[in-house]
Ligand binder design. Structure first.
Ligand SMILES: Nc1ncnc2c1ncn2[C@@H]1O[C@H](COP(=O)(O)OP(=O)(O)OP(=O)(O)O)[C@@H](O)[C@H]1O
Length: 315
């Protein structure tokens, strides 16, 4: 299947000489939700801004829905809706006027039925005549999304869509983004909330120091890089581990009342049976077992640290 967005060898060095992106290659598939994760200053907004034609790349080539974003800017841009990080909607205009105006900017003929549909989808219909400055922050954010969708784009970029939004609204947003995907829109979002990526994304890209360090299907990523842990609650505390247990990746926790066994989720053989047998042989009794899987957050932090360490070794 042809990618809806194709990024090839894209780099950006800003006027002051700072390189924010180094040769990024990325394909976004039609109809997916793609989450771009990375620490502050990693280059997420730079990459999005380049794809949306707001920032010029220093090198590389991008197509959006088949159009080169530099040579064929208008056609490419008309396929894209962008919800920027900062809200810039403190206007005296009504919701209805603002969203229709945005559509007009793309040279599209008025289509009140379509605008009504998106306002309803975003639970903004009963606010259509309200002045934007009188709306709550969450509603303003929805207006930004309505504006971005006003010209019927096939690709929607959401830069930090739920920053500073309360939990309930965040869940509403997620629901709404899923609805958009169902209607055929491809969604690319950046986020600092790993939970958001874990909840929403089909695929995840991790960007760090201007490099795309990983792109992976979310479930594959969690399976590949995730670790499982087994917490063993002991009957009686231990101070040190006997020699025969040194072969296991065990940690003593909770002042000797707990052993934590970490194992690889990819390995078919977990080693749990051997460990329990070895504990038995040593006369170490346990009263409870509890297993847990590492979250995307742990995987992400590990990845970013690993990348940092590698950089230090090279540098
Ligand atoms: N116009 C500019 N001129 C010079 N440097 C810039 C410019 N815009 C961004 N940068 C730098 O490029 C780097 C990447 O910034 P960018 O905004 O893309 O990061 P980000 O991953 O979106 O960060 P955040 O999560 O904080 O939004 C940062 O170090 C930033 O200071």
């Amino acid at each position: 299947m042809q990618a809806i967005i194709s990024v090839k060898g894209v780099g950006k060095t800003y006027a002051g000489g700072f390189t924010a992106l180094k040769s990024v290659d990325l394909d976004i598939q039609r109809g997916e939700i793609f989450a771009l994760l990375g620490p502050n200053g990693a280059g997420k907004t730079t990459l999005i801004s380049i794809i949306c034609g707001i920032v010029n790349p220093s090198i590389g080539r991008i197509t959006a829905d088949g159009h080169d974003i530099q040579r064929d800017f208008r056609a490419a841009r008309s396929k894209i809706g962008l919800v920027p990080q900062e809200l810039s909607t403190d206007s005296f205009e009504s919701v209805w006027a603002t969203v229709n105006f945005s559509r007009g900017l793309f040279g599209k003929a008025p289509n009140p039925e379509y605008i009504e549909k998106i306002l309803r989808q975003l639970s903004l219909w009963d606010k259509k005549d309200s002045k934007i400055m009188a709306l709550s922050g969450g509603m303003k954010r929805r207006v930004m999304i309505a504006k971005a969708l006003s010209h019927e784009p096939s690709i929607l970029f959401l830069d930090e869509p739920t920053a500073g939004v309360d939990v309930e609204l965040r869940r509403d947003m997620w629901e709404m983004v899923r609805g958009l995907r169902k209607s055929g829109v491809t969604v690319i979002l950046t986020t600092h909330y790993i939970e958001e990526a874990e909840e929403m994304a089909d695929r995840i890209g991790v960007i760090n120091h201007g490099e795309l360090v990983l792109v992976e299907d979310k479930h594959t990523l969690m399976r590949k890089l995730g670790k499982k842990q087994l917490a063993i609650q002991l009957q009686n505390p231990v101070s040190t581990l006997p020699e025969s247990l040194h072969a296991f990746t065990l940690e003593v926790a909770d002042e000797g009342n707990q052993l934590i066994y970490t194992f690889d989720t990819q390995r078919e053989h977990t080693g749990i049976a051997e460990l329990l047998r070895a504990l038995n042989q040593q006369g170490i009794e346990f009263k409870d077992l509890h297993s847990s899987e590492s979250s995307l957050e742990e995987i992400f932090v590990n990845l970013v640290h690993q990348n940092q360490n590698e950089r230090q070794l090279v540098g």
